[in-house]
Structures are given as C-alpha cells and as structure tokens.
Design a protein around this ligand. Structure first.
Ligand code: SF4
Ligand SMILES: [Zn+2]
Ligand SMILES: [Zn+2]
Length: 317
C-alpha cells in the first residue's frame, strides 16, 4: 500500500466509477481509483491546452530534464495524440547529468520516442559546474536563464515553433507569490502558461502541467510506470523558489485548494495572449535580443570578467 492509500479512509470510493479509491485529491475534494485518476490527469492537461488554444496538430518540442515533471509531460502529451520530440540540455553536472540522460534514454527507448541532446559546454562554452564555481551565486536563476535562451534557439534550429516545459501548479503558484512579494511587476505581468512567439526566431512557450500539482504528477508517474531520475540536482540548495513553494504548501495543507485558487484567479484576471516584447538583434551573436546583447552573451561577459578571461564580447559600452 502506498502513501496515498494509507491516508484514504477505509471504504472510500472513487468519485467517478465508485470502485475502491486509491488516490486522494483533497484540493478537488475527490478520491479516485488508479484508472480514473489517469483519466482525470489527462483531462486536466487537455483542458489547459484547449484554454490556450493550441492546435492539436502542431508539433511540440518538449524540454526534457529526465525528472518527474518532464517525463510525465511527455507521456501525457503522447497519450493525448500530440506529435512530440524531446530536447535535452546536458548541463555538465557530473553524475546527476549522467543519471538524467539514462532516465531519458530508458523512457524514450521503451516508447519509441525521438529526442536530441545538446551539451551546455559545447553550446555555451561552460558547464553549469564551471559557471557555479566562477560566479558563486544565484546559480538556479542563471541556470533558468541559460536553459530558456538555449532551448529557444535549439527548438528553432530543429525546425519547431512551440517549446513545451514541465512547469506545474506548484512552480507557477510559488513563482507568482515570489514575484508579488518582491513586487516584480514585469514578471507578474508576463506569467502565463502560454506565451506566444514574440519573434520569428523565438518559439511560443507552453506549460501544459500548470493545472496539476507535484503530488498528482508523482501519482501519475507511479501509476503509469515512469521512472524519472532519482538524484537531486547538486546545485539546487538555497534556491529562494523553495521558500515560496513551502509557504504555498503550508497554506494548501491548512486550506486545500489554495494554490489552485491563487493561481487560477490571477490567470482569469490577467489574460495575456499577445506578446509586447520588442526584439532587436544581439550585436555579438545576431540572435534576437531586447538590448544590444542577448542574455547569453551578457552572461558570458560576466563569466569572462569574473574569471579574468580576456576577450569581452561586443559591444563594450
Ligand atoms: S536545481 Fe537549479 S541549478 Fe539545478 S537544474 Fe534546476 S535550475 Fe538548474
Ligand atoms: Zn474509478
Ligand atoms: Zn548574443
């Protein structure tokens, strides 16, 4: 008997088929048997995609890390009939990166799915371990920025127009709370599960798991036999996002449904279906950029400066 079953009262019934319930979902005031839970999970993702107006025939590039979220996402999109391809960025984090690759390899091989892997060291010139040891702070935030920039480029390079990521309800509610607490209005304004393409060389971005939480993803993986990487990222300690997620967990525990209400009420009032970003071209690499340098070239300059390397990227002033 697993953890979820233990906290179900004896004789609890699945609200859909009335058989023995196995998965409790307090935030939905519901219990499900395994097969109805799988139906529920797929339905949540499918509802999210419909709300975003995603063309069911559009090919989707899926950012896969090998973790529980991205593998669940890949499976559910395949089951919903989408044409998918996985894309992985090997961050160069030693054993963790090797285990992540193995998890993706096993998952894709068992299901006959196609995917590509790129190395951060080859695409950017440094591994994440090197970046962490040079800059020594806010590695998670930098990692997010690097992944966003590189995966956008690689998606376009592979001929895809939509990049899909495994961000879920906990990520999005925690992020919204963090941005509100820090009064980062520009990020609050752009928080949406669907960001349309703002430039011919920047893909649209989708977060189809925004309606399901971590416990639901774990239950889905267990029921469907998904085996994500078990190790944790060695650089995850100290990320401030953990504190905001923990605060939301506390509220959720006392008042089930809080995360959903918090995020969904915000999304209802802040429907953002166009992008007002204005792009030029990076003067160093010619990729789309907001300013004179793209985020990746700016970061490379910081790394070079900090490590005393010569050869700052243009422009200098
Ligand atoms: S935990 Fe932080 S450093 Fe590690 S992969 Fe995630 S964002 Fe990157
Ligand atoms: Zn059922
Ligand atoms: Zn650039």
């Amino acid at each position: 008997m697993d953890k979820e079953s233990k906290i179900l009262s004896r004789g609890a019934k699945c609200i859909r088929c009335k058989k023995q319930a196995e998965v409790p979902l307090p935030s939905h005031h519901a219990n499900f048997c395994f097969s109805c839970f799988e139906f529920f999970f797929r339905n949540q993702v499918s509802r999210g995609l419909k709300k975003m107006g995603v063309n069911p025939h559009a090919p989707l590039m899926i950012a896969v890390s090998g973790g529980k979220d991205s593998l669940a996402l890949w499976k559910v999109l395949e089951d919903l009939g989408y044409r998918t391809r996985g894309i992985h960025l090997d961050l160069g984090l030693g054993k963790f990166s090797r285990s992540s690759l193995e998890a993706i390899e096993g998952f894709a091989r068992d299901r006959g799915l196609k995917w590509s892997s790129y190395s951060l060291q080859q695409e950017f010139g440094y591994t994440l371990t090197e970046i962490d040891s040079i800059l020594k702070s806010k590695t998670c935030a930098l990692c997010g920025r690097i992944k966003r920039g590189l995966l956008n480029r690689l998606t376009i390079r592979e001929g895809y127009r939509i990049l899909v990521t495994g961000h879920h309800l906990d990520d999005e509610a925690g992020r919204l709370l963090g941005n509100l607490v820090g009064n980062r209005q520009e990020y609050v304004r752009t928080q949406t599960p669907f960001l349309p393409s703002p430039h011919p060389r920047v893909p649209a971005r989708l977060k189809p798991l925004y309606r399901v939480d971590v416990s639901e993803i774990r239950a889905y993986n267990r029921i469907t036999g998904i085996r994500p990487v078990q190790d944790g990222c060695p650089l995850s300690k100290g990320a401030t996002s953990h504190y905001f997620k923990a605060a939301m967990d506390l509220l959720e525990k006392k008042m089930p449904g809080t995360k959903r209400n918090f995020l969904f009420s915000y999304l209802r009032k802040n429907k953002r279906n166009t992008s007002d970003d204005t792009f030029g071209s990076c003067l160093s690499c010619a990729e789309p950029a907001y300013g004179s340098l793209c985020a990746l070239c700016s970061l490379k300059n910081r790394i070079r400066e900090k490590s005393g390397q010569a050869g700052r990227l243009l422009p200098t002033g």
